[in-house]
Design a binder for this molecule. Structure first.
Ligand SMILES: Nc1ncnc2c1ncn2[C@@H]1O[C@H](COP(=O)(O)OP(=O)(O)OP(=O)(O)O)[C@@H](O)[C@H]1O
Ligand SMILES: [Mg+2]
Length: 235
């Protein structure tokens, strides 16, 4: 469904992604593990067309998307939920959600349906739909950010560190919903430092270090890998 082959990404002369190759099959939930600065966000920025790769190929359902504009990439079915949520705090929850449907803006009935689906996933957002997004708790704001991405009707959903800064109980709720979104058919790439929670819901995972894949495997092989446990999980 999504395939990176030998992708390089540069910021000026700095090579943030170095011949990166990875894939996610339709229906998979694939986790990207990596320390600060490893390149997780850069992978998503390349996929979303926000930073153009300097080499390699990125294919979404067999269609080359490297070099396409972000709006076209969203239209093709790849939607990113960015690190740090990036909501508009003064706008209502509902308006923030609607912004995710920009590429479907002609389809008002479809947007209402998608919003109802998001309210089904996150009932608290229905209650708070007319409140400014900035007045919500961190966990609720993360729910809005995921909901906004769902309004883009992703085939492939990229989630960049959704658990960042959230209390453990809220992390659990957010990961349960991510799993439900995946089980309903959306392919998910999940970048996380919270390795244990992320691997718990994953099919497969990659470890990224300095812009390269250094390890890959299914959930159990990574959960039981000593290097992964030492670096990302702890005792
Ligand atoms: N816009 C930019 N300009 C220059 N360098 C950048 C830019 N964005 C990222 N980098 C550098 O690229 C490398 C990879 O960064 P990236 O944000 O992809 O890592 P990450 O794995 O998402 O890290 P984190 O866990 O902190 O979010 C880092 O060395 C970072 O400093
Ligand atoms: Mg990042």
């Amino acid at each position: 469904m999504l395939r990176f082959e030998n992708v390089d990404l540069h910021y000026g002369s700095f090579r943030a992604l170095q011949g990166l190759t990875l894939h996610a099959e339709a229906g998979e939930l694939v986790v990207l593990l990596g320390a600060n600065g490893a390149g997780k966000t850069s992978i998503f920025m390349a996929a979303s067309g926000i930073h153009k790769p300097s080499a390699g190929s990125i294919r979404l359902a067999e269609r080359e998307i490297a070099g396409m504009r972000t709006a076209q990439i969203v239209q093709a079915g790849l939607v990113q939920c960015p690190e740090g949520r990036k909501l508009f705090p003064m706008m209502t929850v509902r308006k923030n959600l609607e912004l995710g449907a920009y590429v479907h803006r002609g389809d008002k009935a479809g947007i209402r349906r998608s919003i109802d689906e998001v309210f089904g996933l996150f009932p608290i957002l229905e209650k708070k739909q007319n409140d400014p997004a900035g007045s919500l708790s961190g966990g609720q704001q993360q729910m809005v950010a995921i909901g906004r991405a769902m309004l883009g009707r992703p085939k492939v959903l990229l989630l960049d560190e959704p658990s960042l800064g959230l209390a453990p109980l809220v992390v659990k709720q957010v990961f349960e919903v991510i799993q439900r979104i995946n089980q309903a058919g959306t392919t998910v790439l999940l970048a996380e430092q919270n390795a244990f929670s992320a691997l718990s819901i994953a099919h497969r995972a990659y470890v990224i270090e300095r812009g390269r894949i250094t390890l890959e495997g299914d959930r159990d092989s990574l959960l039981n890998n000593e290097a992964v446990r030492a670096a990302y999980i702890g005792a």
